[in-house]
Design a protein around this ligand. Structure first.
Ligand code: ADP
Ligand code: MG
Length: 379
């Protein structure tokens, strides 16, 4: 990819790039809807990502090209408004530029830019965070500036929240920024505080993307958020992370039936994240897998953000040899299931799962096989 993007840059802009960067996509490993409750989450940075090549220009022109659309868009450096037409992908690098001053950093002026990716977009693997972090690193490099990882992560999140307008939590950018091959990224969302946890060797990720999406998904996220905050209020805490499972059970009579179930999921899920870290330290992938599947069951029965299709995939995968565990990954209400499997699980088994799904639902999930990979870096 590194040679490919340099060659593409030359083809488009007629010269060499000054810097090439790369940032990975991510998988939510465990910790479902824990972030806005102040909890913890584990994510995996994957071996697919977005590459960005940039070279500064003498003038104030910014020439953006991505294979994503295949066309060059030129903007003047004075233009910092959100793009609303077919070139809206530019809002990711533009949002990063707009965020830099908020962190005491200088925005670049004119430049030539190329982005390239081996990460499917909109598949729940956070290509958006990857393009933000790769762009951020490239813009810092061409302006001779440096930022630590945490600042880079916050710049990407700021771009996505305030410029693009997506209210994502810290997971996406945090994992893309702090990722490390053969490790998971642990995030305590309250700090936020970032750490890495070694992942034993024989850990393969398989994503089954159903491409299903609940029609009311935005409203459902908002309802879950509201129910969690309502439960925290009744429990007398500012965020659910401050409540124990025993406290939630003790307050069952005071909480609405839904608020009780949501709170129970959140506090038990946070405990599962901690348990996952503990069993990872022992290298026990079977125990990790059991926690992953337990997380799914909790989403299914308590948090109410699974679907029949996702449950079918988890049931099928959990009964398949060489699969440690499986769970919905991301917001839920459709989307994708992640399976953690050993090297003995291969494409034939994955296709058999997709066959069973297709027979039942008349559509085939996309299958992606991934390993972990390093976090955002200049390459
Ligand atoms: P996800 O982050 O799950 O992949 P999003 O909708 O948050 O989905 O982000 C996808 C968007 O990010 C794309 O629609 C596009 O605007 C932008 N994007 C991602 N990768 C690239 C790329 N290589 N080139 C240009 N834009 C990209
Ligand atoms: Mg995204």
């Amino acid at each position: 990819m590194q040679q490919k993007i340099a060659a593409l840059f030359k083809e488009i802009h007629g010269r060499e790039p000054a810097v090439v960067t790369r940032a990975p996509g991510r998988i939510e490993f465990i910790g479902n809807h824990t972030d806005y409750n102040g909890g913890t989450v584990l994510g995996a940075s994957i071996d697919r990502g977005v590459w960005v090549a940039v070279a500064p220009r003498e003038d104030a022109k910014r020439n953006f090209f991505s294979l994503f659309t295949g066309e060059t868009v030129t903007l003047d450096a004075a233009v910092s408004l959100k793009q609303t037409d077919g070139t809206s992908w530019i809002n990711y690098p533009l949002g990063v530029i707009a965020a830099l001053p908020a962190f005491g950093l200088q925005a670049p002026q004119g430049f030539d830019y190329v982005a390239m990716s081996d990460l499917p977009t909109g598949a729940g693997l956070s290509s958006s965070a990857a393009i933000e972090l790769a762009s951020g690193l490239a813009f810092l490099a061409i302006t001779g500036q440096h930022a630590d990882r945490e600042t880079l992560v916050k710049i990407g999140k700021h771009a996505e929240n305030h410029f693009v307008g997506v209210p994502c939590g810290i997971l996406d950018q945090g994992v893309s920024g702090f990722g490390k091959a053969n490790h998971l990224v642990f995030i305590d969302c309250r700090g936020p505080r970032f750490d890495t946890v070694p992942l034993p060797g024989d850990a393969h990720f398989w994503i089954f993307n159903t491409h299903t999406k609940h029609a009311l998904v935005d409203g459902l996220y908002a309802a879950r958020h509201r129910e969690c905050m309502e439960a925290a209020k009744v429990l007398g805490v500012s965020l659910l992370v401050e409540a124990t499972p025993a406290q939630v059970d003790g307050a069952k009579g005071k909480l609405s039936a839904d608020a009780y179930k949501r709170a129970k999921h959140v506090v038990e899920e946070i405990a599962r994240v901690d348990q996952t870290v503990q069993v990872l330290e022992k290298g026990d992938l079977a125990a990790v897998g059991a926690l992953l599947t337990a997380s799914h069951r909790s989403s299914q029965t308590l948090f109410g953000n699974s679907t029949e299709e996702l449950d079918f995939l988890v049931d099928t995968l959990a009964a398949t040899p060489n699969v440690f565990g499986a769970r919905l990954t991301g917001g839920g209400f459709g989307g994708a299931v992640m399976a953690l499997a050993s090297a003995d699980f291969g494409d034939a088994q994955a296709q058999a799962v997709a066959d069973a799904y297709e027979k039942k639902y008349g559509a085939r999930p996309d299958i992606l096989h991934m390993l972990t990979g390093d976090g955002a870096q200049v390459v």
